[in-house]
Design a protein around this ligand. Structure first.
Ligand SMILES: [Zn+2]
Length: 152
């Protein structure tokens, strides 16, 4: 577990993390090392900005035909970090915001939340596979979707 104190120290903080294991229920298997490269800048007290990129691939199963499918989650990271004490004070935020205790900021939790957000709601081997089967109603929450599949 990697903990950072984001209330003090010098900014920007450059992070270059290799992740070998991702512990998120309901998503595929991490194929290779996941790279998380970001720069954290301080905007004001209890408000920071995190920019960078995430690069990684998972092996999952097409939800339509059950074929083994590669899921590329490489994406840009562009997130506002706020102290969790502010979570109830925020009325509107159009930017993506991650709330956590900034004094004991757990990088692993942050990375896992980002992966969960980026990870596709529907895993499909090709676009055509999904079109052919006309899946129209999909819930955002993948783990629940998979549990439902098991029940069916
Ligand atoms: Zn398929």
């Amino acid at each position: 577990m990697k903990i950072l104190n984001l209330n003090e120290g010098s900014f920007p903080i450059e992070l270059n993390i290799d992740i070998d294991k991702v512990d998120i229920p309901g998503i595929g298997c991490l194929q290779k090392t996941l790279k998380f490269e970001v720069s954290i800048t301080k905007i004001s007290k209890n408000l920071l900005k995190c920019d960078g990129s995430i690069k990684g691939k998972f092996i999952d199963v097409c939800q339509t035909c059950l074929k083994e499918t590669e899921v590329d989650i490489s994406n840009k990271i562009n997130v506002i970090l706020k102290d969790s004490s502010e979570i109830n004070l925020d009325s509107s935020s159009q930017d993506q915001t991650h709330y956590q205790d900034l004094e004991y900021f757990n990088i692993d939790n942050f990375v896992e939340e980002e992966i969960a957000l980026i990870y596709p709601d529907i895993v499909k081997c090709t676009d055509k596979c999904i079109e052919a089967n006309q899946i129209t109603e999909e819930k955002k929450n993948l783990p629940f979707k998979k549990i439902r599949d098991l029940i069916d």
